[in-house]
Write a protein that binds this ligand. Structure first.
Ligand code: ADP
Length: 483
């Protein structure tokens, strides 16, 4: 039977596990910073890989020309055409596509693959090239985006997965994250695969237009793109943080601090580092039973442990696990367990955000989400309030942890205690951009708890529209022979 006191007690117990004090956040920030240093010495022994991006100079805002950018994130594929006109001005055309799940996990019909004699990950690249070609076919339609006579297309390719690079136009995939999992692609050179797919397309379709030699294809992580894009708009941008499907960050490091081998140090004395810090883990990271169970059931068990505590792919799943536990152990939904509640990842972070943001007196939106997603009806107002509380505590923990990660980067840059000019962190991703309570909690935690005045007033988190794609186009432009 239902025991209200018991339910409330259980919720309070969970709440305590999810609350991270300022002290814990400071410890996490310290541990991340130490591990960042470790990754700069030897990435194989560090949870945080600190990948060298081979981007050694950032945009000034004066760049000119017409470039393509391709952005493969956790959720979307975005194709962009960017026209840079100098003076920080830009024209942009873009189109987003939702990548079909079967392409992300390589679950394709074998007979189709045999017929086309391509393997699973090649199918993903063919899909990407297909979308690029839609743009190229329309190139002639708009004089603004037309290439100069004899000009080759140049493309910046941002990829939001860990890639080990040895040059700006080459890099092998280290692992998949988020919900991508095509084992055959690991260890493959992503630029080479994209080039091959372009060649396949040429043969298949007999189009002559698709010339994209590797020499003008630049590959970068989406965090690096966001950093470059942010710098285009504001010279005080020192780092970029992504809070979307996954979490990651990039920042500008002095080359003298990169103690692992990576080739010839650039003249600029600077190098953009792609931290890949979503993989952070430490004994001081307070994982709950829900985090452990989520990890145990994931395709990349033991990996991306920090990411699994706070990013968009996982917040909804954590909430689902708590609701299920409360249904089983404190009769949250009465004597039966709603069957949908057993489905992994059925509850998205967008729904958590919607429920958390329901300020109506009857919590109608919470009721709607429960009914539509979980097929749960007739829930009392009190129980709906408890569910909102659960969303709040999961999001609050995520936002506070995110604030700690940003503190770690400020520490790394020596900007946590003193700063003369503004320190701008470019932040991107739907979790930050669309989840209002998450965003304000992150801001509040960083500026009111983790930093002290006057520095707290100098650190700014800012979101720039289309930063990642613009950044990718700019990086393609920065080595361009057409400048
Ligand atoms: P990506 O990180 O894949 O490049 P986005 O930045 O668009 O792409 O992030 C998508 C993620 O953001 C999804 O996993 C989803 O969980 C989350 N998300 C989308 N809309 C919202 C929202 N309104 N509130 C909170 N999270 C959201």
């Amino acid at each position: 039977g239902f025991d209200e006191m018991k339910l409330k007690k259980k919720v309070r117990e969970i709440e305590e596990q999810f609350w991270l004090s300022k002290e814990v956040l400071m410890q996490v920030a310290d541990d991340i910073e130490v591990m960042m240093q470790k990754g700069l010495k030897d990435q194989d022994s560090s949870f945080i890989k600190m990948l060298v991006s081979y981007v050694d100079s950032l945009p000034t805002g004066d760049e000119e020309g017409c470039f393509y950018a391709l952005d493969l994130g956790g959720t979307n594929l975005r194709v962009m055409q960017v026209k840079l006109q100098g003076n920080r001005t830009i024209d942009l055309k873009s189109q987003s596509y939702t990548v079909p799940h079967k392409l992300k996990v390589g679950k394709l019909n074998v007979s189709i693959l045999m017929q086309r004699s391509v393997c699973w990950f090649q199918e993903l690249f063919d899909y990407i090239v297909d979308k690029v070609s839609i743009f190229i076919d329309k190139e002639e339609d708009d004089p603004k985006f037309k290439l100069l006579p004899g000009q080759k297309r140049e493309l910046g390719f941002t990829f939001s997965f860990p890639v080990y690079q040895t040059r700006i136009n080459s890099g092998t995939l280290l692992s998949w994250t988020k919900d991508y999992d095509i084992k055959e692609a690991i260890g493959k050179d992503m630029v080479e695969e994209l080039t091959k797919a372009l060649e396949r397309r040429n043969l298949d379709m007999n189009v002559t237009a698709l010339e994209l030699p590797t020499s003008v294809m630049k590959q970068l992580n989406d965090t690096v793109g966001t950093l470059a894009g942010g710098r285009f708009y504001d010279s005080n941008v020192v780092a970029a943080v992504i809070l979307g499907t996954g979490m990651n960050a990039a920042y500008v490091e002095k080359t003298e601090n990169i103690l692992k081998p990576y080739g010839v140090p650039p003249k600029s004395g600077q190098m953009v580092i792609n931290t890949e810090w979503g993989n952070f883990n430490s004994s001081r990271l307070p994982l709950t039973v829900f985090d452990r169970a989520l990890d145990d059931n994931s395709s990349n068990r033991g990996k991306q442990v920090l990411e699994k505590m706070l990013s968009g792919r996982y917040l909804g799943e954590i909430v689902r696990r708590i609701l299920l536990w409360l249904a089983e152990n404190a009769a949250l939904f009465g004597d039966t367990i709603p069957p949908k509640l057993h489905e992994h990842y059925i509850l998205g972070t967008d729904a958590v955000s919607a429920m958390h943001g329901d300020y109506s007196s009857d919590l109608d939106l919470v009721g709607e989400c429960l009914e539509e997603i979980l097929e749960i009806t007739n829930i009392s107002l009190e129980k709906k309030q408890l569910i909102v509380k659960i969303c709040e505590m999961v999001a609050t923990r995520g936002a506070r942890l995110s604030a700690a990660t940003i503190l770690a980067i400020l520490k790394r840059l020596g900007k946590d205690t003193a700063s003369e000019c503004e320190t701008v962190v470019a932040v991107d991703g739907a979790l930050f951009g669309k989840y209002q309570q998450f965003k304000s909690c992150l801001h509040r935690t960083l500026s009111e708890e983790l930093l002290e005045e006057p520095v707290s007033k100098k650190v700014v988190l800012r979101q720039y529209k289309d930063a990642s794609g613009i950044g990718a186009a700019l990086v393609a432009a920065s080595h361009s022979i057409y400048r």
